[in-house]
Design a protein around this ligand. Structure first.
Ligand SMILES: C[S@@+](CC[C@H](N)C(=O)[O-])C[C@H]1O[C@@H](n2cnc3c(N)ncnc32)[C@H](O)[C@@H]1O
Length: 443
């Protein structure tokens, strides 16, 4: 049994009253295991047709499933193809509860490692713009890998303190703040967080959370919506932060969130419409979720979805992917397709702006791994498809050179498993030079 700090136990007893015993009992069980289908790559229906795992639906999620803990979901080629993302079940609620519409300008303010950003991107359906920001550069690199593998084309990945997002006041239709927090709900899954709770508890985080939500309100357009979430149970990090936000501006109001069995309300007077998820009430580790709206919506011009001609590069003759709502931009020797927007993003530490298509090496265009991930099977002419049981799939994911003489392909090929793209390779005389990125390599 995990040893929980006495102060924490006292707080929880006070909070949960008669339910406290049930809460303690969850520590006798394993934590929950779950994944979410990446609907930018495959519909839930199509995934269920090829599903290799023991999945059961998560009641509040349209695309989330529990899997059996013996399912090796992170070792399956479909994971490397970005068909799903491993995410804790209650952590699926924030992205789901923020009502994203196509063409919205969306900021995920504390985005790394990118799990919730992926859901926002799925809902945008490659329209509008998603800025996935996080204060940490190294954690933002993981967001980059997440969104790249999952084939997201319309995201900027930035690494800034939200308080330094100057020039962006009144800019966003929707903002997600999945705030840094003391992580109380993760104690069962990751007991090492207990030590950091002792060092930096709810009081420490409340100061940061207040400053983040205050800044985020100023970044919202009139009528814009903000979703605030934490994986803490503490009233200090949840209801008190929402009450603080409400005290800043009377244009701010709390909106209701769709209810499911055993969702519990917020605790203070103005937070009854918020949702508390507890591990003894639902199958998940726990979360707090609040949806706020700032003032009334004013009709503003949304981004226009016009189709753009492909770049005049021989490689693109073999690509049958339509490019819309953006422009091709070359920076140094790299070519990007950047989403249209009228935001002033100058000066932001930007790890990725839109879709990196490839780079020029010795005057020759080499397509990028992000382009491979963004392509569908029928969108590239030169396909090298393996069945799931072909042992070359894992060899490819381990970055090995392959013998593909039986496949009769040549040149730059899109390597696929069961018709789902994994990455590029170059075939010469039946030997595949592997272009799968070594830092994504199969382990
Ligand atoms: C709970 S995690 C976010 C998890 C992420 N939303 C996901 O679903 O994968 C909180 C994040 O907030 C970031 N953070 C902390 N202070 C910040 C600030 N002032 N501005 C932006 N990000 C911040 C941390 O680096 C951390 O990655």
């Amino acid at each position: 049994m995990i040893k929980l700090p006495q102060e924490y136990l006292d707080n929880m007893k006070e909070l949960l009253k008669d339910d406290f015993k049930d809460y303690l009992n969850v520590f006798n069980d394993d934590y929950t295991h779950s994944l979410r289908i990446n609907t930018s790559k495959i519909s839930v229906r199509d995934f269920l047709k090829i599903n290799p795992f023991n999945l059961t639906k998560i009641p509040w999620s349209d695309d989330g499933f529990y899997y059996d803990k013996n399912d090796e979901v992170s070792k399956h080629p479909y994971y490397y193809a970005g068909l799903y993302y491993i995410q804790e079940a209650s952590a699926m609620l924030p992205g789901l509860a923020l009502p994203i519409e196509e063409n919205d300008l969306v900021l995920d303010a504390c985005a790394a490692p990118g799990g919730k950003s992926l859901k926002l991107a799925n809902k945008l359906n490659n329209t509008g713009l998603l800025i996935s920001n996080d204060i940490s550069v190294s954690r933002s690199q993981i967001t980059l890998k997440t969104l790249e593998t999952c084939g997201i084309k319309n995201a900027y990945i930035t690494a800034q303190d939200i308080n330094d997002l100057n020039n962006l006041d009144n800019s966003f239709d929707k903002i997600l703040i999945d705030a840094p927090c003391s992580g109380e709900a993760m104690f069962r899954k990751d007991p090492s967080l207990i030590k950091s709770w002792l060092d930096k508890g709810p009081d420490y985080y409340q100061v940061i959370q207040n400053s983040i939500i205050k800044k985020a309100i100023s970044l919202l357009k009139p009528g814009g919506m903000l979703l605030y979430s934490t994986c803490s149970f503490s009233i200090k990090e949840n209801e008190e932060v929402i009450e603080y936000a409400l005290s800043l501006d009377d244009k701010l109001k709390v909106l209701p969130i769709n209810q499911y069995d055993n969702f519990m309300p917020g605790i203070t007077k103005n937070t009854k419409n918020c949702v508390r998820l507890y591990p003894h009430k639902i199958k998940g580790e726990g979360h707090f979720v609040a949806l706020l709206q700032y003032g009334e919506h004013i009709n503003t011009n949304k981004i226009n979805n016009t189709i753009v001609d492909k770049p005049d590069i021989p490689f693109f003759k073999d690509i049958d992917m339509s490019f819309s709502n953006g422009k091709f931009i070359q920076r140094d020797n790299r070519l990007y397709f950047e989403p249209n927007h009228d935001l002033n993003l100058k000066g932001l530490r930007t790890l990725r702006s839109g879709l990196l298509l490839g780079e020029y090496k010795n005057e020759k265009f080499e397509p990028s791994h992000s382009l491979a991930c963004a392509l569908k099977y029928n969108q590239y002419k030169n396909i090298l498809n393996f069945s799931l049981d072909d042992n070359r799939v894992i060899k490819y994911l381990k970055c090995e050179t392959l013998d593909v003489k039986d496949k009769y392909v040549d040149g730059i090929v899109l390597v696929c498993v069961n018709k789902y793209p994994l990455g590029f390779g170059i075939v010469n005389k039946g030997i595949l030079k592997n272009k799968f990125p070594s830092n994504n390599r199969y382990k």
